[in-house]
Design a protein around this ligand. Structure first.
Ligand SMILES: C[S@@+](CC[C@H](N)C(=O)[O-])C[C@H]1O[C@@H](n2cnc3c(N)ncnc32)[C@H](O)[C@@H]1O
Length: 169
């Protein structure tokens, strides 16, 4: 089970031919994921926030715990929400395991690592990110743009100035 899966392809790298895998992310992200990485007979998407305590009910074949990964997800949310999520796991998914990354308290910012690059590399990377987003934004259907804006407003804290350009684009 991949929490905050985005377009992550972990399943295809660890599949032993038997496992059942779930990719959970916010509805707008899952909509895009399904277009690019269709579900199969052993993979399914769950279009919910992991803070929505109903998602575990969508996991079929739950017997004695599940294995979860959460990569690059917890740095996006508040500490209290991470605690709420782990309480929910403890209450509803006993004997499960989760592998996740965390952000050092020394890092005040989600993309702090970019600032550790040399200035010209930072500039190049940020310009490439902005161009990629701009190119997607210009072609995306209005409902996907609306969904992205709604997601950004509700679930994450936008960082950097890229998001400020969305309306202008
Ligand atoms: C930095 S990306 C990491 C994606 C993927 N895990 C990877 O390693 O490539 C963070 C992901 O967490 C998702 N996310 C953020 N808040 C979420 C929430 N409340 N519920 C579910 N997914 C969330 C985002 O939509 C995004 O896809």
């Amino acid at each position: 089970m991949n929490i905050g899966a985005g377009l992550d392809t972990t399943f295809y790298r660890i599949d032993n031919g038997l496992i059942h895998w779930y990719d959970l992310d916010l509805p707008a992200v899952i909509e895009l994921r399904k277009l690019l990485i269709p579900e199969t007979d052993r993979t399914a998407c769950i279009a919910k926030s992991f803070l929505d305590s109903s998602w575990y009910k969508d996991v079929k074949n739950f017997k004695d715990g599940i294995f979860m990964t959460a990569g690059g997800v917890f740095p996006l949310i508040q500490k209290a929400q991470v605690k709420q999520f782990f309480s929910m796991l403890a209450d509803n998914l006993p004997n499960s395991e989760i592998v996740f990354d965390v952000q050092s308290t020394l890092d005040g910012h989600f993309d702090v690592w970019i600032t550790q690059l040399l200035p010209d590399k930072q500039k190049t990377l940020r310009a490439a990110q902005t161009e990629a987003l701009k190119s997607w934004w210009q072609k995306a259907p209005q409902n996907q743009k609306d969904a992205l804006i709604a997601t950004l407003k509700t679930h994450t804290t936008p960082h950097g100035t890229e998001w400020a350009h969305l309306k202008a684009w």
